[in-house]
Design a protein around this ligand. Structure first.
Ligand code: GLY
Length: 387
């Protein structure tokens, strides 16, 4: 009896310590992020990353796939602290891109609107936010082609995407746009969006994954027949390599698919991806992956903190669904992210939270810099752990 009491006391004190650790990481993040919001207020722009020279790089006001993450981070800080100043900031900055809900030439509407207006609606039930979500889901749905069974990721009529010979490229990242569709079906009772999401997830499951449970970045389809034309990369090291953030997007995406459908095949897929990531032999001891699992000059390759942040947030949710435990991997990654190696000191890093992410090495863009989505998924992970 005495032993039982002692054990319970011990477990309780571990729980209290770990909760207050999360609290203090949220407090620390809130202090730093308040400085970033102040910078954004002055410029009236949304922070994205830093240039190679260490200057602020704001999102492109015409459209930027990362524009939803900054207000989304404010929503998570509002959720964690209940301080109205975060709600005010989130509403102000998401309003800057509301008109993008009508765009049909980009698949990133799920990222943009679910992370901003989606979190806003979840926390406030503001009816006008719901309307924005519905309109953006409608716009996203126009990119679905039933011959292929997928939403088209990139248009190939211009830019660097036009130089690759693709007809209908679908990237693993696109799994992240499905949450908006599932959510809008739930909110409206209209299954159209959910059915598109399910078909996209099934086609991706069939064509994007390899024997070792890693995924290809880009699968290019024939838009008439739905046949696979190419399996390529855009942001990874090679067509056959495993781009780190791509693996994280897949893990997160299939975990979300399971959350909404309770279809076991999605849970199994998420578990397989988690196995690839967490058991990968070449990942450094601190659990923060190199930008590509098969980058050629490991250990002299940049890490990608954004991949780690997306991965850990997904693992926290998956841990709640799966019979497997992901706690050791979660603890390891969260401890690393909170360490001085990856978390900026107050007032440094131009007020972003995390350092050492990678946007796209093949494009020579955003290498070893802070990224607004690394901060977003880190805050999401802190809030998920606090819950
Ligand atoms: N397409 C989003 C990314 O760079 O991960």
């Amino acid at each position: 009896m005495k032993l039982l009491k002692l054990t319970s006391l011990f477990l309780f004190s571990i729980l209290i310590t770990s909760c207050s650790k999360k609290e203090s990481e949220i407090d620390k993040s809130a202090q730093q992020f308040a400085l970033l919001v102040n910078d954004a207020e002055i410029a009236n722009k949304i922070p994205r990353t830093l240039t190679a020279e260490g200057e602020m790089h704001w999102t492109n006001p015409k459209f930027d796939w990362t524009e939803g993450f900054f207000p989304g981070s404010c929503w998570y800080l509002f959720e964690a602290t209940k301080d109205q100043k975060w709600q005010k900031a989130a509403e102000k900055f998401q309003a800057q891109f509301e008109s993008h809900k009508l765009r049909t030439n980009n698949h990133d509407l799920g990222f943009v609107f679910n992370c901003s207006y989606g979190n806003g609606y979840r926390l406030t039930k503001n009816e006008s936010f719901k309307q924005v979500m519905i309109t953006s889901a409608e716009s996203l749905s126009t990119r679905f082609n039933p011959n292929v069974g997928c939403i088209k990721s990139w248009d190939v009529t211009g830019g660097w995407q036009a130089t690759r010979g693709w007809k209908y490229p679908v990237i693993i990242d696109n799994m992240m746009n499905l949450e908006l569709l599932f959510e809008v079906s739930k909110l409206t009772g209209n299954d159209k969006y959910k059915n598109i999401a399910i078909t996209h997830a099934n086609t991706t499951l069939k064509n994007h994954f390899r024997e070792d449970n890693s995924s290809v970045h880009v699968v290019d389809y024939d838009p008439e027949t739905g046949e696979v034309r190419n399996k390529h990369t855009a942001q990874g090291f090679a067509h056959t390599s495993a781009w780190a953030r791509g693996q994280a997007w897949g893990l997160y995406g299939y975990t979300v698919c399971y959350r909404y459908t309770k279809d076991e095949k999605y849970l199994k897929q998420a578990e397989k991806i988690a196995k690839f990531i967490t058991e990968y032999k070449g990942t450094p001891e601190d659990g923060i992956p190199y930008w590509d699992y098969s980058a050629p000059n490991i250990p002299n390759e940049p890490r990608d903190v954004s991949a780690a942040a997306v991965t850990v947030s997904a693992l926290i949710e998956l841990d709640g669904f799966s019979k497997n435990t992901y706690k050791p991997a979660i603890d390891k990654i969260m401890t690393s992210l909170a360490s001085e190696k990856y978390t900026a000191k107050l007032g440094e890093n131009k007020h972003f939270l995390l350092k050492h992410s990678v946007g796209s090495i093949p494009h020579g863009a955003e290498i070893d810099v802070p990224l607004n989505y690394a901060d977003y998924y880190y805050l999401e992970a802190l809030v998920r752990l606090k819950k």
